[in-house]
Design a protein around this ligand. Structure first.
Ligand code: NAP
Length: 314
């Protein structure tokens, strides 16, 4: 390696050697970046093309201690600016693969290849698909996974929300300010979402809940026109202009499948919160199997992971 430039190899394939690569751009990665910069660790953050991760797509955050209410976009922007003010280094890049080396990890991104002594996986999760007929066909033509992004397109429309967790209920509440009528279908008779959100939705004027109901099919010609639902009374056809899906998340762990142990659901298997099956690889935030998946726990994981790397480098 050329110690002056940090480059190894020749030709167009650039390869950099670093103490730490942080993969991801959400709250876990941003907290890890802040702590890594303050610990003066030689690092880079490989931020995906969706800066801020899923948090950036959340309409309102009301449970981050110390901040009464803030948009997801604003909180991740503030986190990134704070990390950069301490010297955190970001590069927009997708991680394609990560392979173990004798003394580190080789991380291939679409921009460069990195030889990292340590890696923090904080790549988060993407919305899960339901897998019903019409879901792919009408994606972007009535089917959406992001009310914060798409709600204004559904002003005075009739929309269906699928799911019963925090995301479904929270984003349904956001949508209810735009649409004329909103129906939320949940496969059970009780929301998984925190009670405060559930109560708020149940008292929302233009919202209706259909319990024990699942989405069977999305119908339409050029765009969504309606759905077939499986209800306790049998199949029911209803007209809607838009469908918002919130049926969980799929962890973004594919590039790390050869590096660390994953759980059956694809999350990174951790012990002591941020430690993985490989001693120089740490994981933080929604990509892990940790039970509480909140911004507050993601930033805590990020800080712990950077601190563990700092301890290892001493
Ligand atoms: P989630 O909590 O896993 O909820 C997914 C919902 O989709 C559940 O209600 C689930 O039903 C339903 N579901 C899953 N598969 C389904 C299927 N095949 N058909 C029909 N329904 C299906 O996911 P999330 O709401 O995206 O939240 C993920 C994590 O982020 C959670 O830990 C959550 O607390 C956190 N989060 C927090 C906030 C906040 O503001 N505090 C906001 C968003 C997310 P069941 O209930 O029957 O399993």
């Amino acid at each position: 390696m050329d110690l002056k430039t940090g480059l190894v190899g020749s030709g167009s394939t650039e390869s950099r050697e670093l103490d730490l690569v942080i993969a991801g751009g959400g709250p876990a990665a941003l907290a890890a970046a802040l702590y890594a910069a303050r610990y003066d660790i030689d690092h880079i953050v490989l931020e995906s093309y969706q800066p801020g991760g899923q948090a950036a797509l959340t309409a309102v955050i009301e449970n981050y201690p110390g901040i009464k209410t803030i948009t997801g976009g604003d909180i991740v922007t503030a986190m990134k600016e704070q990390a950069e003010s301490w010297g955190a280094v970001f590069e927009m890049a997708s991680v394609l693969s990560a392979e173990p080396l004798k003394d580190g990890i080789q991380i291939k991104a679409d921009s460069s290849t990195y030889m990292a002594r340590n890696l923090i996986i904080a790549t988060g999760a993407a919305p899960a698909k339901l897998g019903v007929p019409g879901e792919d066909k009408f994606y972007g033509r009535g089917v959406s996974y992001c009310a914060t992004c798409d709600a204004p397109f559904f002003r005075d429309a009739r929309v269906l929300v699928v799911g019963g967790g925090d995301s479904a209920v929270k984003e349904a509440l956001h949508l209810s300010d735009f649409v004329s009528e909103l129906v939320i279908v949940h496969r059970r008779d009780k929301f998984r979402a925190e009670p405060y959100l559930a109560h708020k939705l149940l008292s929302c004027g233009n919202c209706n809940v259909m319990w024990n109901t699942t989405l069977k099919e999305i119908k339409g010609d050029e765009s969504v026109e309606g759905v077939i639902l499986n209800t306790p009374e049998g199949e029911k056809e209803m007209k809607f202009d838009g469908i918002f899906m919130y049926v969980g998340r799929k962890p973004a762990t594919e590039p790390f499948a050869n590096l660390v142990e994953l759980n059956d659901n694809g999350t990174v298997r951790t012990h002591n919160i941020v430690h993985t099956s490989r001693e120089n690889v740490f994981a933080a935030g929604d990509v892990t199997d940790n039970d509480l998946r909140q911004i507050v726990t993601a930033v805590s994981d990020g800080a712990r992971a950077a601190s563990a790397v700092f301890d290892k480098l001493q």
